[in-house]
Design a binder for this molecule. Structure first.
Ligand SMILES: *[C@@H]1O[C@H](CO)[C@@H](O)[C@H](O)[C@H]1NC(C)=O
Ligand SMILES: *[C@@H]1O[C@H](CO)[C@@H](O)[C@H](O)[C@H]1NC(C)=O
Ligand SMILES: *[C@@H]1O[C@H](CO)[C@@H](O)[C@H](O)[C@H]1NC(C)=O
Ligand SMILES: *[C@@H]1O[C@H](CO)[C@@H](O)[C@H](O)[C@H]1NC(C)=O
Length: 300
């Protein structure tokens, strides 16, 4: 424990982007407000992280220690304002030191503590790999600077092909922003997660960070404007999508458009009802996965 305090102190003193930020590990109880009806998704097993930054809970992540990446992150959407923060990447000391004071802290400029390296992804895993850092909870879906900066933690990130991250997946994030901003009247709860390969998992570095085959996202906005335009009739109260993260995957789940720009070809996103997403999740995880309480059907 004293080592982690020393580590945190060193980081605060020497890092160029220091911050007093915090995160809790092991229980969603302190951050249930990020789930519709305080009900975290059912069917997926992992390590819950209540992501804390500047002494406030910002979102929630179900982390997979063996994969060194999240199963999903859950957050409440708010209309973005201002510019994307400069990336100051952080890690979760409590994954390395169970007794550590809860605090998401920036990576030090030099070598990283070996217990941190063992317990989670570090920047070196992504540097010079063929994958970019794909946010589960994107900074684009938040208003305050602190909420946006808090998304730059590697516990909120999976290896994502640039063809997806800078292409169809980014378009999906814009589309969700536009739809929710225009027609969601109350809270919008969003969960974004991964679908692993069925066989032959891919990894960054030597079995360090698992690469997902697909990325999915779903929102639940129970209180919305009923005067929806025709093209958004199916988009409320809940809607979902799955995006390809491997241009060579088969086309059963998400077909490939041959007219997409070359750098984005094979990274299509397919929008679909929540029930359809849950069929694919059940098939891949071999268990029923429920993203929202009563499939977001309840009145609020
Ligand atoms: C990344 O690749 C560049 C160019 O090959 C090399 O100069 C650099 O040292 C590499 N960085 C790391 C961290 O491996
Ligand atoms: C989010 O959507 C709103 C409403 O369409 C739009 O005005 C705004 O520019 C969008 N923000 C971003 C960052 O795309
Ligand atoms: C609902 O949408 C309609 C059509 O876009 C708009 O005229 C109306 O002001 C909206 N109502 C609310 C409560 O936002
Ligand atoms: C897709 O397959 C081609 C041909 O086998 C290969 O060159 C390429 O690296 C593969 N791409 C990915 C993202 O696996």
């Amino acid at each position: 424990m004293s080592r982690s305090y020393a580590l945190a102190a060193a980081v605060l003193v020497f890092s160029g982007c220091w911050c007093i930020c915090a995160a809790d590990v092991g229980d969603f109880a302190p951050c249930l407000q990020f789930f519709y009806k305080s009900w975290p998704p059912k069917g997926l097993a992992g390590t819950p992280i209540c992501q804390r930054y500047f002494n406030q809970y910002r979102f929630a992540t179900l982390y997979s220690r063996p994969r060194r990446s999240p199963w999903f992150s859950a957050y409440v959407y708010s209309a973005p304002a201002g510019k994307r923060p400069t990336a100051c990447w952080k890690f979760e000391p409590q994954l390395a030191y169970p007794g550590a004071e809860g605090s998401m802290i920036p990576f030090p400029p030099g070598p990283v503590d070996q217990n941190v390296v063992d317990s989670q992804a570090v920047e070196l895993d992504y540097i010079n790999s063929t994958y970019s850092r794909g946010h589960m909870n994107p900074s684009l879906h938040h208003q305050s600077h602190e909420d946006r900066a808090a998304t730059f933690t590697l516990t909120n990130v999976v290896p994502q092909k640039a063809g997806s991250n800078d292409g169809p997946w980014e378009v999906l994030e814009w589309t969700i922003n536009k739809t929710l901003e225009a027609y969601c009247l109350g809270e919008a709860y969003v969960v974004t997660g991964v679908i692993p390969y069925r066989i032959d998992e891919r990894w960054l570095k030597d079995h360090r960070v698992a690469v997902p085959e697909y990325i999915w996202s779903a929102y639940c906005c129970p209180n919305y404007n009923n005067s929806l335009p025709e093209e958004l009739k199916d988009a409320f109260p809940t809607y979902a999508a799955i995006g390809r993260n491997d241009c060579n995957s088969s086309e059963e789940i998400v077909p490939v458009s041959q007219t997409a720009k070359k750098q984005f070809r094979g990274y299509d996103v397919r929008q679909m009802p929540l029930e359809t997403l849950e069929v694919y999740l059940k098939d891949r995880f071999n268990t029923v996965v429920s993203v929202f309480y009563e499939q977001c059907s309840g009145s609020d």
